[in-house]
Each structure stands twice: as structure tokens, then as C-alpha cells.
Design a protein around this ligand. Structure first.
Ligand SMILES: [Zn+2]
Length: 131
């Protein structure tokens, strides 16, 4: 299992590719300004989406980093704790994993939202047959 606590897309995509190739769960967390997200990609399951299904490697996503944009500090603790919780659930098989859902936190309103994430049949990382 890998917990991604990095702050740039190059590293995130590298970790995602490694997890997809080795079929390891990836527990990803991100926080910027007052917004944060937690995701689980349980790549042991061939039907599971991967990070690139959600954020394609060649996507037009603007790189924003905490070191430049700032981050509401307590949020990193909240997201880190959520990642630890999901990791322990995966390791022990307790409860229902966050796999297949993107959990979004808006710290200003203290609102959590959950969005379903589906595997992209054309994903450059996980849709390829393994060799
Ligand atoms: Zn994918």
C-alpha cells in the first residue's frame, strides 16, 4: 500500500503508475488553500479506477502547490488522519473502503461531499492490459 502525501502531479502520477503496475492500493490525499480531498484507489481490484482515471497524465490541470498557494494548516492534519484511517481499514478489512469515491472537504463551510469515481475505459495507465 502507498499513501500519497506529495504536493505535485509528477510524483502523484509516478506513484499511481507504480501502484497500478504492482496492483497495490493507493491512498491519496491533497490540500490547497481551504479545499482538500481524500481518495482510495484499490488497484488490487481490476475494476477500480486509478488516479489517472480522475486526473489524466496529459490533462490540462493547473499545478498548484501548497508552498506557493498556501494551505489552511489544520486541514493537512484532517486529511492525513483520514488517509491513516482508510489505510488501516484496508489493512484490516474493517468497514467499507473509500475506494471508488472522491471525498471533498470545504474547510470554510465545513462541508464534506462524496463523488463517485469510475474507471476510465481509455485510461492510459490502468486500461492497458498488463504485460
Ligand atoms: Zn486509470
Amino acid at each position: 500500500m502507498v499513501l500519497d502525501c506529495t504536493d505535485n502531479f509528477a510524483t502523484r502520477h509516478l506513484l499511481n503508475r507504480a501502484c497500478a503496475r504492482l496492483r497495490r492500493p493507493l491512498v491519496s490525499g491533497a490540500a490547497i488553500r481551504f479545499d482538500a480531498q481524500v481518495m482510495v484507489f484499490d488497484l488490487r481490484d481490476p475494476e477500480s479506477a486509478c488516479y489517472a482515471c480522475l486526473f489524466p497524465e496529459n490533462g490540462e490541470v493547473e499545478e498548484v502547490q501548497c508552498s506557493v498557494m498556501g494551505v489552511f494548516a489544520p486541514m493537512t492534519g484532517v486529511i492525513g488522519a483520514m488517509q491513516a484511517m482508510e489505510a488501516l481499514k484496508l489493512l484490516t478489512g474493517i468497514g467499507e473502503s473509500l475506494n471508488g469515491r472522491l471525498l471533498l472537504l470545504d474547510a470554510k463551510s465545513a462541508d464534506w461531499r462524496s463523488v463517485r469515481v469510475k474507471k476510465d475505459a481509455a485510461c492510459a495507465v490502468c486500461a492497458q492490459p498488463s504485460r
